[in-house]
Design a binder for this molecule. Structure first.
Ligand code: AMP
Ligand code: MG
Length: 476
């Protein structure tokens, strides 16, 4: 019996995808299986037998009646338009749940018509990395694609060196991206764009169906979702690293965990990706880039917003104009939450601005600082040598008990500040053990990351200068 739907393949014009079965792999073995997620999705019955799960999730056997496809898309990569598509992934189909449809995609599943010069494969190392960080993001309460399994193969994958290969099963609200709309708009006919819009709204935002202007309503909704997402990234110090328009999901989920990393020492210009030499996707530039991507999204929707291009543009401008101001309001609210300011009425922006300046000046750990504020201790004692910090600290103490108790303020801080995040040195350490066959450190760390807000006995320690030479890579 089939347990996957194929709405993308059956409801959308076939110019938006290519039928593609996964290319078989050699000797698949189950390295990671997310049983809790399988239960949540209601697919545990179909996967409970390990031999069967291995066949389906390696792509060596197709789920009965499933119609696997590679999705077509385009995208602006570092500002430049390119024709792309699933070059190393296959959508097996959609799982129907109470919360709607979820894509089940295999990543590293072999070449497709969109592979260009790529081999269609993924390394064991990078699929483990995606599993770890995406599950950590989920535990942090941040919308994200999830990881159902990592299956190791004995096929070699050639990058700078010879690596072991793997297939990741990725679960997403959908894989519809800004780039999917760019593809339909610029490389296909208007009818395809209309179908894509209709499908997207029905699948993700059916409440917009009674809106008189579907395209404009979708733009507004996606803008709101992106705003919430980026605010969450800024809250926990997440740097996506490659916010190209093909890596921006219409669902508002974090997608594509290539060169991402978490910031340790606070600095707005922090970048880890080896290819982001200009700092386009630096920590504090992420809101600007989300705005840039939304403008690309709006441009792709223009013909559906109004037949008259000028009218369409002015409607778009009206919506886009609201982004900077509303973003900044929500940003300060989020930062004040981190500071435990319960009663924010009449609270200015100085407390947050001064705080961030002090963190940058003293090279303070962004995550540890907000917990240390509650705990006291060495981190705060050191800062007290600075008169301007002392002044700030007094003001903070006054602000947080204005119309609230210390307990209420603490509770707000606990809710908004993780104690445990995927520290770069830890990620490296557990992945390096994993590739030589020891999964234990990975499992222990994954477990720890599953309750990031839980009070711990101590703060995470970061080796001095580790980040100075830390680099992350795309598409490995
Ligand atoms: P990414 O950097 O992962 O967002 O990928 C950008 C584009 O490159 C997408 O179209 C991917 O499908 C494609 N791509 C990345 N790695 C490979 C690979 N090993 N083989 C084929 N295509 C790839
Ligand atoms: Mg991508």
């Amino acid at each position: 019996m089939t347990w996957l739907k194929n709405t993308y393949a059956t409801q959308l014009p076939n110019s938006l995808f290519s039928p593609q079965v996964p290319v078989p792999v050699s000797n698949p073995s189950m390295t990671l299986y997310n049983g809790a997620l399988a239960i949540e999705l209601g697919v545990d019955e179909h996967l409970k037998e390990e031999r069967q799960a291995l066949e389906y999730l390696s792509g060596n056997e197709i789920v009965p009646e499933s119609q696997p496809i590679a999705q077509a898309y385009a995208g602006h990569q570092f500002g430049h338009f390119n024709k792309l598509g699933d070059g190393r992934a296959v959508l097996l189909g959609e799982i129907e749940t109470r919360k709607g449809l979820y894509d089940l995609q295999l990543k590293g599943s072999g070449q497709t018509p969109y592979s260009r010069r790529g081999d269609g494969r993924a390394t064991f190392y990078s699929m483990l990395r995606e599993y770890l960080i995406s599950e950590a993001m989920h535990a942090l309460g941040i919308p994200t694609t999830r990881s159902l399994a990592v299956i190791k193969t004995t096929d070699k994958v050639f990058r700078e060196q010879i690596n072991e290969g793997a297939v990741l099963s990725r679960v997403a609200a959908s894989h519809i991206r800004v780039g999917t709309f760019e593809y339909a708009r610029y490389l296909r006919e208007e009818g395809d764009l209309v179908s894509l819009l209709q499908y997207t709204i029905e699948r993700h935002y059916p409440e917009l169906l009674n809106h008189e202007n579907h395209a404009l309503a979708l733009l507004e909704r996606v803008m709101q979702k992106q705003k919430e997402l980026i605010i969450n990234w800024l809250r926990v110090g997440f740097i996506h690293g490659v916010m190209n328009t093909d890596n921006m999901a219409i669902s508002g989920e974090t997608i594509d965990y290539g060169p991402c990393a978490f910031m340790n020492t606070y600095h707005p210009r922090t970048v880890f990706s080896s290819i982001d030499t200009g700092g386009r996707y630096a920590f504090a530039n992420q809101p600007n880039m989300a705005f840039w991507n939304l403008q690309v999204f709006a441009n792709a929707l223009i013909p559906l917003i109004d037949k008259d291009e000028e009218v369409a543009n002015s409607k778009v401008d009206k919506v886009m104009k609201r982004f900077p101001e509303t973003f900044s309001n929500v940003f300060f609210e989020m930062m004040n939450n981190k500071l435990g300011i319960v009663n924010q009425v009449g609270v200015g922006r100085e407390l947050v601005q001064d705080c961030l300046e002090l963190l940058a000046k003293h090279q303070v750990d962004y995550t540890n600082f907000f917990t240390a504020l509650r705990w006291g201790g060495e981190l705060i004692d050191k800062l007290r040598h600075d008169e301007s910090f002392k002044t700030w600290y007094v003001q903070w103490n006054i602000a947080r008990v204005k119309g609230a108790s210390v307990e209420e303020s603490d509770a707000l801080m606990v809710k908004n500040n993780p104690v445990v995040i995927p520290r770069n040195h830890m990620v490296e350490e557990v992945l390096n053990s994993a590739v030589v066959g020891d999964m234990k450190p990975f499992q222990t760390f994954l477990e720890e990351l599953s309750s990031p807000y839980k009070e711990k006995a101590s703060l995470q320690l970061v080796p001095a200068n580790f980040d100075a030479s830390y680099q992350t890579f795309c598409g490995t």
